[in-house]
Design a protein around this ligand. Structure first.
Ligand SMILES: Nc1nc2c(ncn2[C@@H]2O[C@H](COP(=O)(O)OP(=O)(O)O)[C@@H](O)[C@H]2O)c(=O)[nH]1
Ligand SMILES: [Mg+2]
Length: 317
C-alpha cells in the first residue's frame, strides 16, 4: 500500500492534503495511489451543490457545515476554484466566510486549483472526493462555481445533487441549457427573502411534473441562507435522498452507471496519456507536416495507424 494511503487511513491530515496535491498535479504515482485509496473507501455521502455564481452556494454550505456538525457528523468541503483571475475577490470571500471552521478537526475545507483543462479539474475533483472518503469523513461536499459542462461532469460523481436557484435571476435558463435541471435531486430556492419565489416554485413544479415518475421526485426547498432559514429542511431532504438511494433500485443502478462512466473515463485518460507521449516524440510526423502539400486527414490516419501498430508491438513485448 502507498505510504500516503496508509497515513490517510490513520487520519493524518497532512497526508490527506499531500494526496490531493498529487492528483491536482497529475503525479505519475497518482493512479496507483488512487487504487489504494479506493480500497479504503467508507462510502461517505457525496453531495454536490451547484448553481450559478452568486446564487448563495457558499453561504448555504457554510450553514450546512454548522448544521451537520451539530448533529455529530464530520464533513469535507471541496470548493472548485475557477482558473479565471476575475473571480479572485469572490473566492477570497468564500475563504473568509469558511475560516471560522478552521479550528474544528471535524471539518476539512479545500479549494481545488488546477491550472490544466476543465476536464482535468473535474477529474481531480472526483479523485479528491474519494481521498476525503478514505480519510473517513461522513459527508463529502463539492461546491461548483457555475453551471456549465464541467459542473455537469463533476456532479456525475455525487450521490445527491442540489441545484441552487434564486428568484427573478434568470438562472433557470442557463441551467436548462447546461442540462443540469435533469440531474438535480433537490431544488433549492435560496434568497427566498426576495420577491418572485412563487413564480420560480411553479416553474420548478411544472418541470418536475414533466419528468420521469419512476425516479426520485425532487423536493423544492426554500432557504434564506443569510438568516439561517430552511437549512434543517435542506439537510433532512439530503438525508432522505440518501435513504431513498440505499433502499431502491435507482440507487443501485445509479452506482453501476457511475462506475461504468468512470471506468470509461479512466481508460480514455490512460490512452490519451499514451497517445500524448507518442505524439510528443514522433519525429516522422513532424517531418511530414512540414511538406507544402501536407494533407491533414491523411497524416492523421497514417499517424493513427503507426500508433496502433506501436501499441500492438508493445503489447507483445
Ligand atoms: N438576500 C439574500 N442574499 C443572500 C442569501 N444567500 C446568500 N446571499 C448573498 O448572495 C451573495 C453571494 O453568495 P455566495 O454564497 O458567495 O454565492 P455563490 O457564488 O453561489 O457561492 C453574498 O453577498 C451573500 O451574502 C439569501 O438567502 N438572501
Ligand atoms: Mg461560492
Amino acid at each position: 500500500m502507498h505510504e500516503l494511503a496508509e497515513n490517510i487511513a490513520k487520519q493524518d491530515i497532512r497526508a490527506l492534503a499531500k494526496a490531493i496535491t498529487m492528483v491536482e498535479n497529475d503525479h505519475p504515482e497518482k493512479l496507483s495511489l488512487l487504487q489504494d485509496i479506493f480500497s479504503l473507501r467508507n462510502n461517505a455521502h457525496f453531495i454536490g451543490i451547484t448553481g450559478a455564481p452568486g446564487a448563495g452556494k457558499s453561504s448555504l454550505v457554510n450553514r450546512l457545515i454548522h448544521h451537520v456538525r451539530s448533529q455529530g457528523w464530520t464533513i469535507a468541503v471541496i470548493a472548485v476554484d475557477p482558473t479565471s483571475p476575475f473571480s479572485g475577490g469572490a473566492l477570497l470571500g468564500d475563504r473568509i466566510r469558511m475560516n471560522q471552521h478552521f479550528t474544528d478537526p471535524g471539518v476539512f475545507i479545500r479549494s481545488m486549483a488546477t491550472r490544466g483543462s476543465l476536464g482535468g479539474l473535474a477529474r481531480a475533483t472526483k479523485d479528491t472526493l474519494r481521498i476525503c472518503d478514505a480519510f473517513g469523513f461522513d459527508i463529502v461536499l463539492v461546491e461548483t462555481v457555475g453551471v456549465g459542462q464541467s459542473e455537469l461532469d463533476i456532479m456525475k460523481v455525487a450521490d445527491t445533487t442540489a441545484l441552487v436557484l434564486t428568484p427573478n435571476s434568470g438562472d433557470v435558463l442557463q441551467v436548462f441549457k447546461a442540462g443540469i435541471m435533469e440531474i438535480a435531486d433537490l431544488f433549492v430556492i435560496n434568497k427566498a427573502d426576495l420577491p418572485g419565489v412563487e413564480k420560480l416554485r411553479i416553474l420548478l413544479r411544472d418541470f418536475i411534473m414533466m419528468t420521469n415518475k419512476e425516479r426520485f421526485v425532487p423536493p423544492i426547498i426554500t432557504t434564506v441562507s443569510t438568516e439561517n432559514k430552511g437549512i434543517d429542511d435542506l439537510w433532512k431532504q439530503m438525508e432522505n435522498h440518501k435513504t431513498y438511494l440505499a433502499e431502491t433500485n435507482q440507487g443501485k443502478e445509479q452506482r453501476i452507471r457511475k462506475l461504468e462512466l468512470e471506468v470509461k473515463e479512466l481508460i480514455r485518460e490512460e490512452i490519451w496519456r499514451d497517445v500524448d507521449t507518442y505524439l510528443t516524440d514522433s519525429p516522422v510526423f513532424l517531418e511530414q507536416v512540414d511538406k507544402p502539400d501536407a494533407d491533414p486527414y491523411q497524416l492523421a490516419r497514417n499517424w493513427y495507424k503507426d500508433w496502433k501498430q506501436e501499441v500492438m508491438e508493445n503489447g507483445r513485448k
